[in-house]
Design a protein. Sequence first.
Length: 123
Amino acid sequence: MNHRRRTRVDARKNVTVSWAAGSSEGELTNLSLKGCLVLGCTALPRDGEAVKVVIHLEPDARELDVEVLAQVVRGDERGLALDFTEVPAESFQHLFCLVQYNASDPDQIEEELARSAFGAPEP
């Protein structure tokens, strides 16, 4: 049973993850409006640590970067699982469009905005 409240989509983009003690480059493999999974990081922050995530939508177009704050859920050989804690307004529209564009049901993504991403899942 899937208890996620946000649709995850396959979205292959380069990502930079930064934290107090370092940073690492990786590849975004799946994404939702609430979090993501990053593969290929050579250094990993600790579980529970606050990080800044920069999703590079286009090479050499920094003005299109999506910047979010997140918390590390898990960092190991399976990847770096991140839960978004803050998405600035200027990045939200890019994030929303990226998820919606890659979704099998784009209307579902819009409908998810009307439901809370927190608390117990609805039946």
